[in-house]
Ligand binder design. Structure first.
Ligand code: DAH
Length: 330
């Protein structure tokens, strides 16, 4: 009996236990053989023999059941351990992407004006002559049309040469007051170190009641904006001409590379031109049917801002899709 007990308790795993189960409790097992002796036992002893055999069987069964539970628990524990995730293991390094400098600069510009409650408007890239020129006080045969080397379609439509037509669309669809910017792509027939046929502009327009919006407001907001973009720079407003504004100014900042001493980037002038702006010409308001209003507008080239902010020398490199350029902006 003790030998049978230790046969069970000595089992190291469930497989061994199964072999022992067949050996002891199986049809042709040890217990079955013991019970078979019953038939050869004298009748008077039969009852006691059977009783003691049954008690032994129950005892062995209990030991077996306990051992089985124990071995099952060990097996489960082993399996759980084999499936454990080692969270201290180092992962593969993620190859993070980067925003294209044009997109990044555009976002920064939009952030500034969105904070001041300017709405962000958009318009189609294929424009008609009225929105791109006529309504902006650029009638047919106006010499200033020459400034914008336009891609025309056969039907007279064109790829917009600036984001200014979004001013027209917005004023046609909304009543004053207006406070908007229009970021987007524009197209011109031009290609050299600082020009590509497609580039991006951000247009700005603010319209209020007549007398409410002045050149002083324009000056204040653009100065603040340029300090936000370029930090501690000097800002200068220089008289200029745009058909859609009167007076018109171009805005310069002191050269961020030579701090105004004069270098190759600023053509030794100490200044960098960054914006066009002015007080909206009354003819523009007439074209959209606005009365008794005044306003200011501005427009800037996003690539120019990005090139200055990141010291990029050749505008064309922005559009070559060379991953080595982008990797520098991670
Ligand atoms: N549309 C002009 C350009 O493409 C930029 C510009 C200048 C926009 C003055 C304006 C502005 O709204 O007032 O060169």
């Amino acid at each position: 009996m003790e030998a049978l007990k230790s046969k069970i308790t000595d089992c190291a795993n469930l497989e061994e236990l199964e072999v022992v189960r067949v050996e002891i409790f199986g049809k042709k097992g040890i217990l079955a053989a013991e019970f078979a002796k019953l038939k050869d036992i004298p009748p008077a002893e039969k009852k006691d023999f059977a009783k003691s055999m049954n008690e032994k069987k129950v005892e062995l069964q209990n030991i077996f059941d306990a051992k089985k539970l124990e071995l099952e628990a060990i097996a489960l524990q082993k399996e759980l351990e084999s499936q454990k995730i080692d969270i201290s293991l180092y992962g593969y390094e993620n190859n993070k992407g980067a925003l294209h400098p044009v997109k990044d600069t555009m976002d920064k510009i939009i952030d500034y004006f969105a904070t001041l409650n300017f709405s962000v408007e958009s318009g189609p890239l294929v424009e008609n002559d009225f929105n791109n020129f006529e309504a902006l006080n650029l009638p047919k045969n106006h010499p200033a049309r020459e400034m914008q080397d336009t891609f025309f379609f056969a039907d007279g439509n064109l790829l917009r040469t600036h984001t200014s037509p979004v001013q027209i669309r917005t004023m046609q669809n909304q009543k004053p007051p207006i406070r908007m910017i229009a970021p987007g792509a524009v197209f011109r027939r031009d290609y050299d170190l600082t020009h590509t046929p497609m580039f991006h502009q951000v247009e700005g327009l603010l319209v209020g009641k007549k007398g409410e919006v002045s050149f002083a407001n324009l000056k204040a907001i653009l100065e603040d904006f340029l300090h936000y973009m370029f930090g501690d720079v000097k800002v200068r407003f220089r008289p200029s001409f745009f058909p859609f504004t009167e007076p018109s100014t171009e805005v310069d900042i002191s050269c961020i590379f030579c701090k105004g001493d004069g270098c190759r980037v600023c053509s030794h002038t100490g200044w960098l031109e960054v914006l066009g702006s002015g007080v909206v010409d009354p003819n523009v308001f007439k074209a959209v049917g606005y009365e008794n209003v005044s306003g200011y507008a501005f427009g800037l080239g996003v690539e120019r801002f990005a090139m200055l902010l990141h010291g990029i020398g050749d505008l064309r490199s922005m559009f070559e899709g060379d991953i080595r350029l982008l990797e520098q902006f991670k």
